[in-house]
Design a protein around this ligand. Structure first.
Ligand SMILES: NC(=O)c1ccc[n+]([C@@H]2O[C@H](COP(=O)([O-])OP(=O)(O)OC[C@H]3O[C@@H](n4cnc5c(N)ncnc54)[C@H](OP(=O)(O)O)[C@@H]3O)[C@@H](O)[C@H]2O)c1
Length: 269
């Protein structure tokens, strides 16, 4: 997809990786709309990229319902939707606050599924569009301390792979982004001396598996994946074998379903 003049919505676009997505899509000439809770930060990002913002709490149903319509009201239509807003856990699951489990499940899994559902209503009749799901290496590999987070990211990845088969031939592209640790506040909140994750992370680091990636690099690779309609962004590159092994059963199932005619979504007929 040539991104020049295209309309792009990024959830969690007020900071971190989402902010870098906003910069990179705008650099390609896209009109960007960022969504999150912090109006002050959103306003700064939107001003910098010459775009727009909407304030919404995606951890609550009333922040999710109607968001796609509100974005379409602002932009006219949406070409690219990026489900990026996310929240981590960083403690043992048996001791975790029950409200945090709900919040993580809602923001990391329920919200992207509902928003994908709603944006498809808009993209399918147009026969074009691209949806990006920001999953994680934690959707493939288990991290003690990230347990609830791992569950949501594995869910998001497999949800997207199943949807990929349903959307065959509709003109809608899907990209799953699965980074390892990224420089920024989220990882700082989990990886510090005395954290629950420290022992496991020590071993991963010893095995040279967890170099921190710059968010600008994630953004550059993701935008290139949208331009080239690529299925995956997996960084660091050295983690490829985790993803490759994890995805092998899906690839085998996909081959098994070659030529199977799934009925087209009603909105695409
Ligand atoms: N950082 C990493 O190491 C890493 C690695 C792999 C994958 N990821 C994934 O990458 C994505 C972005 O992570 P990040 O590192 O940029 O995190 P971050 O710096 O903590 O930023 C999170 C973003 O999500 C927004 N957000 C949080 N709760 C929200 C809510 N209830 N409603 C709406 N927006 C909300 C935040 O804005 P407000 O606070 O203003 O709402 C912010 O814009 C996440 O999905 C994360 O799981 C991160």
């Amino acid at each position: 997809m040539d991104l020049s003049g295209k309309n792009v919505v990024i959830t969690g676009g007020s900071m971190g990786i989402g902010e870098c997505f906003a910069d990179e899509f705008a650099r390609k000439g896209a009109d960007v709309l960022v969504v999150a809770r912090s109006e002050d930060k959103l306003a700064k990002v939107a001003e910098r990229v010459g775009g727009h913002y909407l304030v919404a709490d995606l951890g609550a149903a009333d922040g999710v319902d109607g968001l796609v319509d509100a974005c379409i009201d602002k932009l006219g239509h949406v070409d690219v939707w990026v489900n990026n807003a996310g929240l981590e856990t960083a403690e043992g699951f048996a001791d975790i606050d029950r409200d945090l489990v709900r919040a993580v499940a809602r923001l990391n899994l329920e919200a992207p599924m509902m928003l994908t559902r709603d944006i498809l209503d808009h993209m399918l009749p147009r026969g074009a569009g691209h949806i990006v799901q920001i999953s994680s290496m934690a959707g493939t590999v288990q991290f003690p301390g990230f347990t609830a987070y791992c569950g949501t990211k594995a869910g998001l990845t497999n949800f997207t792979e199943s949807l990929r088969l349903e959307l065959r031939g509709t003109g809608i592209g899907l990209t799953v982004v699965a980074p390892g640790p990224v420089v920024g506040e989220m990882w700082n909140r989990a990886d510090y001396k005395g954290s629950y994750l420290e022992p496991a992370l020590k071993r991963f680091k010893l095995l040279q598996q967890l170099p921190r990636i710059k968010p600008t690099k994630i953004a550059a690779h993701t935008v290139a994946a949208v331009e080239g309609n690529k299925r995956y962004v997996r960084l660091p590159k050295r983690s490829f074998y985790y993803h490759w092994l994890n995805n092998a059963p899906r690839r085998i199932a996909e081959m098994g379903m070659a030529g199977v005619k799934m009925s087209k979504p009603s909105k695409a007929r």
